[in-house]
Ligand binder design. Structure first.
Ligand code: 5GP
Ligand code: ZN
Length: 117
């Protein structure tokens, strides 16, 4: 699917809207969340516009797998793996999703509580 020119994260991915990017390749972009909920809060997104987990189909397995492997690598790069970290994907209204472009939240640098709010 082509980039969606009304989608905030597609616009960040194509450089139209600035963000503090920490990784960028042909498949994946990672940048700091504008409203961090932990000392480290990075958003990792596929470059491909996929609206949510609910829109995934089997053909997206490679895209999503590549993004998740990158999440783990960024966690190592930021030295979050020693103490641990949390990865969150919000889906839909009850999940708390506010941007309709699939993204992984990588949160670290403090202990996380459970259950989530
Ligand atoms: P969601 O609520 O959809 O799971 O997560 C969307 C995330 O995007 C939120 O944590 C929010 O702070 C972040 N966000 C929203 N707008 C921007 C923006 O313009 N730049 C960046 N870097 N993050 C954003
Ligand atoms: Zn998008």
């Amino acid at each position: 699917m082509a980039a969606n020119d009304r989608c905030l994260f597609c616009r960040i991915a194509n450089g139209e809207i600035p963000a503090t990017k920490i990784w960028e390749d042909d498949d994946v972009i990672a940048f700091h969340d504008i409203n961090p909920q932990a000392p480290s809060h990075v958003l990792v997104i596929p470059r491909k516009h996929i609206s949510s987990l609910d829109d995934l189909n089997p053909a997206d397995a490679g895209t999503v797998g590549t993004a998740l492997v990158r999440v783990a690598q960024i966690a190592r790069d930021l030295h979050l793996n020693g103490d641990g970290y949390r990865v969150v994907v919000n889906c839909g209204p009850h999940g708390g999703q506010s941007v309709d472009h699939l993204h992984f939240h990588l949160l670290g640098g403090r202990p996380m509580s459970w259950p989530p709010g």
